[in-house]
Design a protein around this ligand. Structure first.
Ligand code: GFB
Length: 312
């Protein structure tokens, strides 16, 4: 049975930034037969509960968007949780998807799981050709295992499990907690708070020299649904914009968008992380998919959302 409006679809992690964007996209396309469970209703780290859920619900298509994620500091502070939770969640869901005859599953990797010193832009085949970035090694090891599991379940059992490799994401429902967030939501919050509180400087971590590629989560959701329809290969596929920006220029852009008038203060005791991780997106471009939301517009949309949803 092809992926259609009537297909029963399970979006794991539907309350997160990625999962909620996939649900919005699916609903906008008329998909109504969605199975959604919050982490309180179903703890994906419990293998028995996950197996019972799959046995009862029998979804035919799965977007595996449930994961423990975080920025550079959270990844360094909670190493055990990042490797354990991610391995356990993905093991349980992938295994049950196989046992209960899911027709197709889409697993999300991340650009940070490529080698730290990979040539730029990063092609899909560079995976596992070098050492990992230490600040996110536990997360990367777990995600690499998930990608490989999808490949090996395909090889041994013929499962149509695909994996995709998104770049750094941002957008609605992002995490704005400064201790655990990624740089883009962190800077939106810091500049906004500084403006409101009439402060004259904002602290930014590291040197400002590293570069990052940012993809709006609505573009990612569009790509996920596109690939669920059009991609059936064992090799992973990069999803990004193909363009990156230095943290310094990102900070200046966010400063302008938020209207903060003070100075930037660089805290060089905080880690820079990987210097650069720009994805080579020629494979997905060849399938005729491209990101549509440019960075400036995407940041404005996210800032509007943040103001409406976080400021009381
Ligand atoms: O987004 P981020 O936390 O994670 O940091 P990574 C990106 C860069 O922004 C680093 C700098 O060089 C940070 O030092 N930065 C500057 C800041 N100011 C801030 C700030 O206020 N908050 C934060 N968070 N960063 C993550 C991985 O790496 O990328 C994860 O650790 C994940 O595993 C994710 O894959 C996509 O891009 O360095």
């Amino acid at each position: 049975m092809a992926f259609s409006k009537n297909s029963k679809i399970y979006v794991a992690g539907h309350n997160g930034m990625v999962g909620s964007a996939i649900v919005r996209k699916l609903k906008s396309l008329g998909h109504e037969n969605l199975v959604l469970k919050s982490s309180k209703e179903l703890d994906l780290r419990n293998s028995e509960d996950v197996a019972n859920f799959f046995e009862e619900e029998r979804p035919k298509f799965v977007f595996l968007a449930a994961a423990k994620v975080g920025g550079i500091l959270a990844n360094s502070n909670y190493k055990a949780d990042f490797i354990y939770d991610n391995l356990t969640i993905q093991n349980n869901v992938i295994k049950s998807a196989h046992l209960f005859n899911v027709e197709k599953l889409l697993f999300l990797g991340s650009s940070c799981i490529y080698p730290k010193n990979a040539p730029q832009p990063i092609k899909e085949e560079y995976l596992l050709t070098g050492l990992l970035e230490t600040t996110n090694e536990p997360y990367a090891i777990a995600k690499i295992a998930g990608l490989k599991m999808c490949q090996y379940f395909r090889e041994q059992y013929g499962c149509n499990f695909i994996s995709i490799m998104p770049t750094n994401l941002y957008g609605k429902n992002d995490n704005f907690d400064l201790k655990t967030s990624h740089v883009l939501p962190a800077l939106l919050r810091k500049f906004h708070d500084a403006k409101i509180n009439n402060e004259n400087k904002v602290e930014i971590w590291g040197s400002g020299n590293p570069k990052r590629e940012f993809l709006h989560v609505d573009d990612l959701a569009d790509a996920c649904v596109f690939l669920m329809n059009n991609y059936n290969k064992s090799e992973t596929i990069n999803v990004g914009t193909g363009e990156d920006i230095s943290i310094k220029d990102l900070a200046l852009l966010i400063k302008k968008i938020t209207g903060f008038k003070g100075d930037l203060e660089w805290n060089s005791s905080m880690p820079d992380g990987t210097y650069r991780k720009l994805l080579d997106v020629s494979k997905i471009h060849n399938l005729q998919w491209k990101a549509k939301i440019n960075l400036k517009d995407g940041i404005k949309l996210t800032y509007d959302w943040y103001i409406k949803n976080h400021i009381v």
